[in-house]
Design a protein around this ligand. Structure first.
Ligand SMILES: NC(=O)c1ccc[n+]([C@@H]2O[C@H](COP(=O)([O-])OP(=O)(O)OC[C@H]3O[C@@H](n4cnc5c(N)ncnc54)[C@H](OP(=O)(O)O)[C@@H]3O)[C@@H](O)[C@H]2O)c1
Length: 291
C-alpha cells in the first residue's frame, strides 16, 4: 500500500529510542477504552514514555478495574485510576474530570465498528449506535475536557499545549472497494472533521487524528475486516506513535491526520512541506482549496 512517508509494521529504533528518553515524564493522561485492544497498547506506551498518572475509562467495570490492576502491577511507579462510564454520558465525564483533574493528554480511543451487513440490510438503530459512540461520544469527552481546561488551564500551568489525540481510522479517508462499511467510514470521517474544526477554536490545544494501523483486537475481529496483505500492525509500535504524537515534536501535525505506521523521522523531515502546502487534511480530491 502506498504511504505518505516510508512506514513500519513493527517497532523500529528511532521511535523506540525516543520513547525510552521518557519525553512525557510527569505528564497526566486520560485514555478512553483502555481496558483492551488499541487503547491498552496506547496506555502502556504513554506510561513507558514517562506519564506519572493515567486514567483509563471503559463501560465494563470489571474489565476496566482488572486492566487498572494489570497496569499497576506492570508499572508500579505510575498511578492508575479506573473509571467505568459510557463516553456518551455527559454527567459522567463532568465527574471524571472533576475527580481526576484536567489531564495534560486526552486520548479518545473508545470506538465502535457499527457495520455488520450492506447498508440496505442494516438495522438502522444499530448502524446509528456507531455514530453515537464514535461521534457523539468523542465529542462529549472532548467538550467536557475543554470545559474543564478552560476552568483550570493546564496549558498555562505547564507552559505546553494540552493534547487531544483521536484514534481515528484509515476508514475516514481511504477509498475501500468494500461493502458493509458505510457506518464506520462515515462516523470516522465525521469525527476527524470535528477535530480539524476544533483546532481553530482552540489554538492552545494540539488535536491530531491518527489511524493506528490494523491491530488485533476484539473489535477488529468482530468487524470482519479483511486481513491486510502486508500483515497486521504491531500494537506496541502503534502505541509508541501516539506517545510521540503527545510530545512537542509533533506540534506541526496539529489539526491534521497521520498514520501510526509512518516513520517519525521521515515525517519530521516533511514538516515544512506539510505546513506550507497545508497537507494531511480531509478534502475532496481535485478541489483542495476552499477560500
Ligand atoms: N483494531 C484496529 O485495527 C483499528 C483500526 C483502525 C481504528 N481503530 C480504532 O481504534 C479504537 C479501538 O478499537 P479496538 O480495535 O481496540 O476495539 P475494541 O477491541 O472493540 O475495543 C474498544 C474499546 O472501547 C471501549 N468502548 C467502546 N464503546 C464505548 C463506550 N460507549 N464508552 C466507553 N468505552 C467504550 C471498550 O470497552 P468497554 O466495552 O468495556 O466499554 C473497549 O475498551 C476504535 O476507535 C477503533 O475505531 C481500530
Amino acid at each position: 500500500m502506498s504511504s505518505f512517508v516510508p512506514s513500519h509494521l513493527k517497532p523500529y529504533d528511532a521511535l523506540t529510542k525516543f520513547i525510552g528518553t521518557r519525553p512525557l515524564e510527569g505528564k497526566t493522561a486520560l485514555i478512553t477504552g483502555a481496558g483492551r485492544g488499541v487503547g491498552e497498547h496506547i496506555a502502556r506506551a504513554i506510561v513507558s514514555a514517562g506519564a506519572s498518572r493515567v486514567g483509563i475509562v471503559g463501560r465494563d467495570k470489571t474489565r476496566i478495574e482488572t486492566a487498572r490492576d494489570r497496569f499497576a502491577a506492570a508499572f508500579p511507579t505510575t498511578e492508575f485510576e479506573a473509571f467505568s462510564a459510557d463516553i456518551t454520558d455527559e454527567d459522567a465525564f463532568v465527574a471524571i474530570f472533576a475527580t481526576f483533574g484536567v489531564p495534560d493528554i486526552l486520548i479518545n480511543n473508545a470506538g465502535h465498528f457499527p457495520d455488520t451487513a450492506p447498508f440496505v440490510k442494516q438495522d438502522l438503530k444499530s448502524w446509528w449506535s456507531g455514530f453515537e459512540i464514535n461521534i457523539l461520544g468523542t465529542a462529549n469527552v472532548t467538550q467536557k475536557f475543554l470545559q474543564a481546561l478552560a476552568a483550570s488551564p493546564r496549558a498555562g500551568q505547564t507552559g505546553e499545549k494540552a493534547v487531544v489525540l483521536n484514534v481515528s481510522s484509515m476508514a475516514a479517508h481511504m477509498r475501500f472497494p468494500l461493502t458493509a462499511w458505510s457506518g464506520y467510514n462515515g462516523s470516522k470521517m465525521g469525527q476527524a472533521r470535528i477535530f480539524e474544526s476544533l483546532r481553530f477554536e482552540h489554538p492552545d490545544v494540539r488535536f491530531i487524528n491518527i489511524h493506528p494501523g490494523q491491530i488485533e483486537s476484539d473489535g477488529f475481529t468482530a468487524s470482519g475486516a479483511p486481513l491486510p496483505p502486508d500483515g497486521m500492525t504491531d500494537g506496541g509500535m502503534a502505541g509508541q506513535f501516539y506517545a510521540w504524537a503527545a510530545t512537542k515534536e509533533a506540534d506541526f501535525l496539529s489539526g491534521r491526520f497521520a498514520w501510526a505506521e509512518w516513520d517519525i523521522e521521515e515525517l519530521k523531515a516533511k514538516k515544512d512541506e506539510i505546513l506550507e502546502k497545508d497537507l494531511l487534511l480531509m478534502t475532496v480530491d481535485g478541489f483542495e482549496r476552499g477560500f
